[in-house]
Design a protein around this ligand. Sequence first.
Ligand SMILES: Nc1nc2c(c(=O)[nH]1)N[C@H]1C(S)=C(S)[C@@H](COP(=O)(O)O)O[C@H]1N2
Ligand SMILES: [Mo]
Length: 201
Amino acid sequence: MFFKKGDNRTPPGQENRVPPGQYVTEKFPVLHYGNVPRYETLDDWDLRVWGEIAEPATFTHAQLRALPTVEVTMDIHCVTRWSKLDTCWEGVRFRDFLQHIPALKPSAQFLLAHAEQGFTANIPLELMLEDDALLAYRYDGRELDPEHGYPLRLVVPQKYFWKSAKWLRGIEFLAEDTPGFWERYGYNNNADPWREERYAD
Ligand SMILES: Nc1nc2c(c(=O)[nH]1)N[C@H]1C(S)=C(S)[C@@H](COP(=O)(O)O)O[C@H]1N2
Ligand SMILES: [Mo]
């Protein structure tokens, strides 16, 4: 990494972790459309997978929590311009999760995350195979707060945070890309914070 003389941006190793047009916050803002789902019990909760896989499958909460977990620290970037560094998430690595569901068909190239209340987000499958793409259920050593997606959310830090669907209930594997909730409302389909892909052209 090279720094130009007279470049007084601070501090190296931090400043280049903040994508263009973003500022760092210590807070953890809450952002979503609609209401925060409240669960009295998780007895009726499930996570469904379907689409371009050998057959559909369903996980109960207990089954999901029995899967091997990882803890990953990463930076997250919201399109509303806040970035939060070194956020610590625990859950099932998405790539590992694929080992526990019916085989993906070769045609599976995208996924559409389905959350409570009809919220959706589309993500290329390739990106979900990275080390930092998680089905997360703990943040900073504690169960997710309801506001942040309890009992399960996606965390896909390489895209703007709107792709990280909270209150996740289903994953649909697709051959063709299809816009999710915010993507249909004018946000950029690709959503790469490093290229400032905030809005559709
Ligand atoms: N189910 C659901 N998930 C969602 C959203 C939403 O409206 N519904 N909003 C997204 C947006 S725009 C952002 S920036 C992040 C915010 O996550 P946070 O509230 O934990 O910071 O959640 C994402 N996940
Ligand atoms: Mo957002």
